[in-house]
Design a protein around this ligand. Structure first.
Ligand SMILES: NC(=O)c1ccc[n+]([C@@H]2O[C@H](COP(=O)([O-])OP(=O)(O)OC[C@H]3O[C@@H](n4cnc5c(N)ncnc54)[C@H](O)[C@@H]3O)[C@@H](O)[C@H]2O)c1
Length: 332
C-alpha cells in the first residue's frame, strides 16, 4: 500500500493507493452511517456494486456521464433530493468516478448543510493523478469552465489502480496528458520514462510520482495564489480550447494543445510533440484566435489586464510569468 499524507492546515488527509482497495472499503471508512454515493452512468457497474456490497443502504445518485453534468441544475437537483431524503449533516458523500464526478460531488459536499464529510474514489487516470487531490471542487457556468466552486479538501482519497483496466484508450491517454504536464514542469526523468517505458505495468509508481509533485505545490499554496499555479501549464489556452470545442475535446487533449502552444519557441518543442503523438494526443487544432482570446479574457486566473502564464524553459523546469493579457496572443 502506498500512503501519501496531504498535510493541509486543519484538513490533513491521506491518499491511499493499492490494487483491490475498492473491495476492502469497509477497512477504511465507517460504513455504519448515512452514505451518499455520487457517480455517473457510464462507469462500469461493478465498481458501484462492490461498494453496495460493503455499505449498508447507500443513497446513490447517478448522473449522465460527461462534462455537462458539472452544472448548477444537476448540483441543485441532487441537493434537493438529499434534503427530501432527510440526509443529515452527519452524512458522508463519496465521489465514485472521474474528475467530473469528483468536482461535482465535492462541490455538493462543500455546500450541503454548510459542508459534510467527503471522500474521493477516483476511477480515471486523470482523476487519480490530479483532480482528486488538492481540494478544488466546482461546476461550470454556461460560459465559463469551473466558474462556480470552492476549495474543499476530502477526508480521504482511495485509489484503486485496478479500475483503470476498464478505461478506454482515449481516456487513459487523456490522463497521460496531465502526466506529461507534471513531467514538463517538474520531472525530466518522468518525461523520459513516458517516452521509453511501459507506464501501465508500473502505474502505481507513476500515480505516486505525480501526486507527490502536486502535493509539494499544493501544501505551499493551497489557495492557488502562487506556486500551485505551475499546475496550470497548458491550461490557460487549454481551457479556452476545451470550451471552444464545446467539450468535444477532452480536458487532457485540450491541455496537450495548450502545452504545445506554450512551447513553440523552445528547443524541446519537437520532443514534446513526439511524446504527445506517442499517446495519440493532439498537438494542433484549428481555432478562431479571437474567440480563444475572448475565453482567456474571462478566465478566472486573469485579472483585468494581467495574466500569469506558465512557461517551461527546459523539460522539468516550469516557472510563472506575469504578462499583459494581450501578450497571450503571441502564443496563439
Ligand atoms: N479539481 C481539480 O483539481 C481538477 C484537475 C484536473 C481536471 N479536473 C476536471 O476533471 C474533469 C475531467 O476528468 P476525467 O478526465 O476523469 O473525466 P470524466 O470524469 O468525464 O471521466 C471520463 C469518462 O470515463 C468514464 N469512466 C470513469 N471511470 C471509468 C472506469 N474506471 N472505466 C471506464 N470508464 C470510466 C466516465 O464515465 C466518463 O465517460 C474535468 O471536468 C476537469 O475540469 C479537475
Amino acid at each position: 500500500m502506498i500512503k501519501i499524507n496531504m498535510p493541509i492546515k486543519d484538513n490533513s488527509y491521506d491518499v491511499l493507493i493499492k490494487r483491490g482497495l475498492l473491495s476492502n472499503i469497509d477497512n477504511y471508512i465507517d460504513i455504519n452511517r448515512q452514505i451518499v454515493i455520487i457517480t455517473d452512468d457510464f462507469i462500469p457497474k461493478r465498481y458501484l456494486n462492490t461498494l453496495r456490497e460493503k455499505i449498508n443502504n447507500p443513497i446513490v445518485f447517478e448522473v449522465p456521464q460527461g462534462e455537462t453534468s458539472k452544472s448548477m441544475e444537476i448540483a441543485y437537483s441532487i441537493i434537493s433530493d438529499m434534503i427530501d431524503s432527510k440526509i443529515t449533516r452527519k452524512c458522508l458523500v463519496i465521489a465514485l468516478g472521474g474528475g467530473v464526478i469528483g468536482d461535482l460531488a465535492g462541490f455538493i459536499a462543500s455546500i450541503y448543510m454548510r459542508g459534510v464529510d467527503f471522500i474521493q474514489i477516483p476511477t480515471t487516470l486523470l482523476s487519480q493523478i490530479d483532480s482528486s487531490i488538492g481540494g478544488k471542487v466546482g461546476i461550470n457556468s454556461q460560459s465559463m469552465k469551473n466558474a462556480i466552486g470552492t476549495f474543499y479538501q476530502p477526508q480521504l482519497v482511495l485509489i484503486d489502480p485496478n479500475t483503470l483496466k476498464t478505461l478506454s484508450q482515449r481516456e487513459f491517454n487523456n490522463g497521460i496528458a496531465e502526466m506529461i504536464k507534471y513531467a514538463m514542469i517538474a520531472d525530466k526523468s518522468l518525461f523520459q520514462d513516458l517516452y521509453d517505458g511501459n507506464v501501465l505495468s508500473n502505474i502505481e509508481l507513476y500515480i505516486e510520482k505525480c501526486i507527490n509533485i502536486k502535493r509539494n505545490l499544493v501544501i505551499k499554496d493551497v489557495f492557488d495564489n502562487k506556486e500551485r499555479q505551475l499546475l496550470n501549464y497548458g491550461h490557460t489556452i487549454g481551457h479556452a480550447i476545451e470550451q471552444y470545442s464545446n467539450y468535444s475535446l477532452l480536458h487532457g487533449e485540450s491541455i496537450s494543445i495548450g502545452m504545445t502552444l506554450m512551447s513553440k519557441k523552445y528547443d524541446f518543442f519537437v520532443d514534446l510533440v513526439k511524446l504527445l503523438q506517442k499517446y495519440d494526443l493532439p498537438h494542433v487544432y484549428e481555432y478562431d484566435k479571437d474567440k480563444i482570446y475572448g475565453f482567456i479574457q474571462t478566465d478566472k486566473k486573469a485579472s483585468m489586464s494581467m495574466l500569469n502564464i506558465i512557461l517551461v524553459d527546459e523539460i522539468g523546469n516550469g516557472f510563472i510569468k506575469p504578462i499583459k493579457i494581450e501578450k497571450i496572443k503571441e502564443y496563439l
